[in-house]
Design a protein around this ligand. Sequence first.
Ligand code: MG
Length: 203
Amino acid sequence: MKIFCVGRNYGEHARELGNTVPENPVVFMKPDTALLKNNEPFYLPDFSNDVHHEIELVIRINKVGKKIEEKFARNYFNEIGLGIDFTARDLQNNLKAKGLPWELAKAFDHSAPISTHFISIDKFIFENISFSLKKNGETVQKGNRKDMIFSFEKIIAFVSNYFTLKIGDLIYTGTPAGVGKVNIGDKLEGFIENEHMLTCEIK
Ligand code: MG
């Protein structure tokens, strides 16, 4: 399976990192070894002093497809989960400054916690799907699907123009503003609407 991630998909978050809002989705990938399942703890890696949390809605592909038109993209996913795109921000800033790929900062082991369950998208009405991240009981990130620059459908159309999508592939769809450093002892909890989706303790 493949894990796709979209960067800079919420205007406020793009601006908080000093980035411009992109014309096309900013896409990168993580290997399957990045997944962190079953609410297991995250151990801070020794190569970074500034690992950030990025809470993101995640869609799971349920049908094989390539070059999917945006108007048919809705047929390729049916469930939404929640994930964290852990980012070694210090390393990423160095790589960005040198024009190098981001993998070392984004795709390392266990950099992609994923919720224990997914929710059928039919449970939501209209475009509104709110989600949030609490750190040590305090809400630090809040997002809503309606504020995405590129919709789920646009992302699927764009990504599938380059990569065949397969059943089980995950797409992390970008983080809203409020990213920040995690420290040993922190407890992260993610929610879609009021439903608890994941817990991740930092060790
Ligand atoms: Mg992200």
